[in-house]
Design a protein around this ligand. Structure first.
Ligand code: PHE
Length: 465
């Protein structure tokens, strides 16, 4: 059987943008910005997208396009059987992320319906408290998961490519419309001021916290570490510039995040809500409250939650595809059967997360970030120290002159700088979770040591160093 592939280059780019643009952009990003001092956060975030996110994304693309296989198969093909578990970690990361993501997807569908019927207008606070966990949450998780599965079932080109080619432009157009509408709200300027002015004092006082949040978001928003981008790149059948594609993908993704902020902050300020308090759920509540108070509540609510639904679905599709690709590539299972099997798995994992707030929080806050970090660390060490020259060759294939000159610096960055950085943030989140406090210097030493040991163990002759 011939392997699935994208029909067009734009199709691949839009599918990848669809994966990147998600709840992370329209919900997590504005919320983190609000919580971390407005534009101070924005600045660091942009820096990390360029310095960490894009190089990491290319690290995944290179492995996927070279191997033309699912993550586990890709490692086995290019590095030997011993590398299979590393692909397994990415696979696990995709399962962890979709397990809570699908629950949030269910909430969003609820808000979409609630906007049409006006269900949350009278009491936004109580509405969220009534839908967040429990059997209702399970039911809407199942609905969201079924929509996701239907697209994956239809195939790479006739399902994912077709759906995202419609969804991504839809997201952009609707968001631009919403941002234009938001600019006409009373006190919109207050929102822009908060969002776009830099508070240097805040940044200085909280540098490490803001940086950690910005780095985590830069990885999450570009969907790296879970094998999603590797799998999508494995469906490429001609060699165009991965660097150019990666830059376009990151650029569009950032644009959507910025646009979402240009909608959300004027809305919050127009009804006098100070953003940044009360955690992630609060954003849902205060936005819903704001829509209820503004004219044309239903139209605005449906449009906004419609955008969030499209964004969430196109990301969920990419996460669902990872285990499906594994079953299809490694076990020769047909796509329909693989979709059914993977759907059953998520039915259970997401269902449990929808019933247990503790498990949900553990997955969403800690396990997911850690799994993405470890997953990406594995990809990058593999690129730098096992593939080495082969990775560079794959990067250069189809690349233009500018991208070529950046090839070597890119490889050095993903082989040395980024792994130390990822090990540092990973260690820092582990120690924070365990409640032990280690000074930053200690974490850095630990990170350097860990990467050093890994390099000594992994290094192959093809490595460029
Ligand atoms: N990038 C998606 C978002 O911003 C989340 C995601 C993470 C998707 C990892 C796939 C893999 O919502």
């Amino acid at each position: 059987m011939t392997r699935a592939s994208w029909r067009t280059r734009i199709g691949f780019i839009l599918a990848a943008v669809g994966s990147a643009v998600g709840i992370g952009n329209v919900w997590r990003f504005p919320w983190l910005t609000a919580e971390n001092g407005g534009a101070a956060f924005l600045l660091l975030y942009l820096l990390f997208v360029v310095l960490v996110g894009v190089p990491g994304l290319l690290g995944e693309f290179v492995i996927g396009r070279r191997a033309r296989s699912d993550p586990i198969g890709a490692f086995a093909k290019l590095g030997g059987k011993n590398w299979r578990p590393m692909g397994g970690i990415a696979l696990l990361a995709s399962v962890v992320v979709l397990s809570f993501y699908s629950v949030v997807g269910g909430w969003i569908l609820r808000y979409l319906l609630g906007s049409a019927t006006g269900a949350y207008f009278a009491a936004p606070q109580q509405f969220f408290a009534a839908i967040d966990y429990g059997l209702g949450a399970v039911a809407f998780h199942v609905l969201f998961l079924s929509l996701t599965a239907a697209v994956v079932y239809a195939g790479v080109d006739r399902g994912i490519e077709l759906a995202t080619t419609i969804m991504v432009p839809g997201i952009l157009v609707l968001l631009v419309g919403l941002a234009a509408w938001a600019s006409s709200l009373p006190n919109a300027a207050g929102g822009y001021g908060f969002y776009l002015s830099i508070d240097w004092g805040y940044l200085q006082a909280n540098f490490l916290d803001v940086a950690a949040a910005a780095a985590g978001q830069a990885l999450f928003t570009l969907s790296v570490g879970a094998g999603v981008m590797l799998t999508y790149a494995s469906y490429l059948d001609e060699d165009r510039s991965l660097a150019a594609d990666g830059t376009i993908i990151a650029g569009l993704n950032t644009l959507v995040g910025l646009l979402a902020g240009l909608v959300i902050f004027p809305v919050l300020f127009s009804i006098g809500v100070q953003p940044g308090q009360g955690g992630p759920g609060a954003l849902f509540i205060s936005l819903a409250g704001a829509f209820a108070d503004l004219p044309y509540s239903r139209v605005i609510g449906v449009t906004f939650f419609g955008v969030v639904t499209l964004a969430a679905l196109s990301s969920a599709i990419s996460l669902f595809e990872v285990p499906v690709a594994y079953l299809v590539d490694e076990w020769d299972v047909s796509r329909p059967r693989a979709t059914a099997g993977v759907g059953t798995l998520f039915l259970v994992t997401g269902g449990v997360a929808a019933l247990s707030p503790n498990l949900f929080t553990l997955l969403a806050d800690t396990v997911a970030n850690l799994a993405l970090t470890v997953g990406l660390l594995g990809f990058l060490l593999f690129d730098g120290w096992v593939l080495g020259r082969v990775a560079l060759e794959e990067y250069e294939s189809g690349a233009g002159p500018l991208a070529r000159t950046l090839g070597r610096p890119w490889l050095y960055a993903i082989a040395v700088v980024l792994p130390v950085f990822l090990a540092f943030t990973g260690l820092s989140s582990v120690t924070t979770t365990l409640g032990v406090s280690v000074p930053a210097v200690g974490l850095l030493l630990g990170a350097v040591l860990a990467v050093g040991v890994a390099v000594v163990v992994l290094r192959r002759p093809e490595s460029v160093f």
